[in-house]
Design a binder for this molecule. Structure first.
Ligand SMILES: NC(=O)c1ccc[n+]([C@@H]2O[C@H](COP(=O)([O-])OP(=O)(O)OC[C@H]3O[C@@H](n4cnc5c(N)ncnc54)[C@H](OP(=O)(O)O)[C@@H]3O)[C@@H](O)[C@H]2O)c1
Length: 275
């Protein structure tokens, strides 16, 4: 078995995302995960994650802390562990909480704000991260190595993270909706359920890989599938009549607006809690 890296990681808030991150990191790093309901940590314990409900002790023992509690819990948790994370890297996966708020709650930590999605569970997430301006440069490569265990990564400006919450964080829900709709279409035509699911899911994987590997625009690749007078153009005609592109554009705009509104609410609440 490959020897583990020595960097000790603590994941505070081992729910859907924190649990998936813990599972993804534990083959390579010593991971401690926390949440208040200790009995719900059994599954992670069986996978080799150390578990506790003591945030402060877990943060004290860690070299790097990952925060994956809900936005409303970020400031109280940071205030609880502020002294123990002094000088340490803290990566917050919470939507809506900006790095200036994180810093006010725990002034001596070095913060990274990140956004990812539930595919981290199988190392296929897309993690966008923003290290605050005075983040120690010599820590970047370790940070990137750790995040790469979760899937693809990209460093971005903080100003994009609300829209990226709507794209990358919420994105799997949209893709599942597309796949589910394709399955229902196939069921109407009498395809067995499992065959319909495999066809829809593998088609989504293949199309995404082709897009990324060729670097072509999606419209150019779609055009390659459209034989004159063929089958696909009839399907595309129906989609255009249903204004599918407008529907998706409106979905991303609505989710982005909600992410921005949550950021503003979270800021107001956090300021009250910090004062
Ligand atoms: N779900 C997604 O697809 C997704 C995608 C991208 C980003 N995010 C972000 O990831 C964060 C977590 O989301 P989630 O969907 O994983 O939520 P979740 O399943 O509710 O997980 C949050 C966890 O935090 C724990 N918790 C709450 N207060 C705590 C405390 N004081 N100390 C320790 N643990 C505490 C909760 O467990 P107990 O109640 O047992 O303490 C819960 O397990 C959010 O900030 C969200 O914005 C989520």
């Amino acid at each position: 078995m490959e020897e583990k890296d020595k960097t000790r990681i603590c994941v505070i808030g081992a729910g859907i995302v924190g649990g998936a991150i813990s599972e993804a990191l534990v083959p390579r790093y010593p991971v401690t995960a926390t949440r208040r309901s200790f009995d719900k940590l059994n599954g992670l314990s069986e996978k080799g994650v150390r578990v506790t409900s003591d945030n402060r002790a877990a943060a004290e023992d860690a070299d790097l802390v990952i925060l994956s509690v809900k936005p409303a819990q970020v400031v109280p948790v940071l205030k609880e562990i502020a002294e123990t994370v002094s000088g340490k890297t803290v990566v917050s996966f919470a939507a809506a909480i900006s790095t200036d708020i994180l810093r006010l709650a725990a002034p001596k930590a070095h913060f990274v704000r990140a956004m990812t999605n539930i595919a981290v569970r199988i190392h296929k997430g897309f993690t966008l991260f923003y290290p605050e301006p005075d983040f120690p440069a010599e820590r970047l490569s370790l940070l990137e190595r750790i995040l790469m265990e979760l899937g693809e990564i990209q460093q971005v400006d903080e100003q994009y993270l609300d829209v990226l919450t709507a794209m990358s964080g919420s994105g799997p829900a949209y893709i599942f909706t597309v796949i589910e709709s394709m399955i229902y279409g196939a069921l109407r035509e009498g395809l067995p359920r499992n065959l319909a699911l495999m066809a829809a899911a593998h088609t989504a994987i293949g199309a995404s890989c082709l897009l990324l590997e060729t670097g072509k625009h999606p419209a150019e690749l779609r055009d390659m599938v459209l034989t004159p007078g063929g089958v696909t153009i009839d399907g595309i005609y129906e989609l255009e009549e249903s204004r599918i592109r407008t529907a998706f554009m409106k979905a991303i705009s609505a989710a982005s607006a909600r992410a921005r509104a949550l950021s503003a609410e979270a800021r107001a609440q956090a300021m009250q809690e910090i004062e």
